[in-house]
Design a binder for this molecule. Structure first.
Ligand code: 6PG
Length: 241
């Protein structure tokens, strides 16, 4: 694991954008395509905007296939939709062909949406390993990542897949890649910035293992590599930073 810690949010975003470009170039050179699972929430929006502007000429976008690490159980037109956020920040500005984008079909009920998405991922990878070239992840201040939330059954999955997750406190469903599927990736990158995340970063990276409390501790690539892209504020409670 590599920790990349920067003074400012903009430096974090620029470093991760360059990392994205590097992996995309290597994947396309090696296999003619680049598969990436995008993270949602607010942190990555600026990353996507940066990729679609300053870095737009650095990637062969027609060879990039976009999936989602998780999705809220809302219509694709809903302001909470991770797909809508990425569409506005990345797909539309780059004129990405819709055949290169794999949104979760949230018109289905959550369990069917998860099963359908898992089938789409299996179809994409044909009979190969379900190994994304890159999975981008964020970190919630309660140490969740994707939609792997504390004390949810999905944390105990042992085989790669996609599951629906019910959040009791919010009374909403989400659909998420499970940890075994995320851990199949060649490259995993966490994007975490801001002081509000500092305690979660400390729990995940330095506390004793407690996956129910700190689900992001489940993320350990089997054959791939993992990097964290942090600003000083988010890394401020790390003893070794
Ligand atoms: C989501 C994300 C989720 C996110 C964290 C951090 O759908 O919300 O996939 O895992 O990465 O909740 O969110 P922020 O970047 O908004 O703090």
């Amino acid at each position: 694991m590599k920790l990349n810690i920067f003074n400012t949010e903009n430096e974090v975003l620029a470093a991760l954008a360059a990392h994205f470009v590097k992996i995309a170039g290597e994947s396309i050179a090696k296999q003619g395509k680049f598969s990436v699972a995008l993270s949602g929430g607010s942190s990555p929006k600026k990353l996507y905007e940066l990729l679609a502007s300053s870095f737009k000429n650095n990637v062969q976008w027609d060879k990039v296939y976009f999936f989602f690490g998780d999705e809220r159980n809302v219509p694709q037109t809903h302001p909470d939709s991770n797909y809508l956020m990425a569409k506005k920040a990345l797909f539309d500005p780059l004129n990405i062909n819709s055949s290169n984008v794999f949104p979760v079909d949230t018109s289905l009920d959550p369990k069917d949406a998860a099963q359908r998405y898992e089938a789409e991922i299996e179809e994409f990878f044909e009979d190969e390993e379900l190994s994304f070239d890159l999975i981008l992840l964020g970190l919630g201040d309660n140490s969740h990542t994707a939609s792997l939330f504390p004390y949810t059954p999905v944390l105990h999955d042992r085989t790669p897949g996609v599951k629906e997750v019910f959040l009791q406190d919010q009374q909403v469903y989400r659909i998420t890649l499970n940890a075994p599927l995320i851990n199949e990736a060649q490259h995993i990158a966490f994007l975490v910035y801001g002081g509000a995340k500092a305690i979660a970063v400390h729990h995940v990276l330095e506390d004793d293992e407690d996956i129910e409390e700190y689900p992001a501790q489940l993320i350990e690539p089997i054959v791939g590599e993992i990097q964290w892209f942090l600003d000083h504020d988010a890394a401020s409670l790390l003893s070794k930073a």
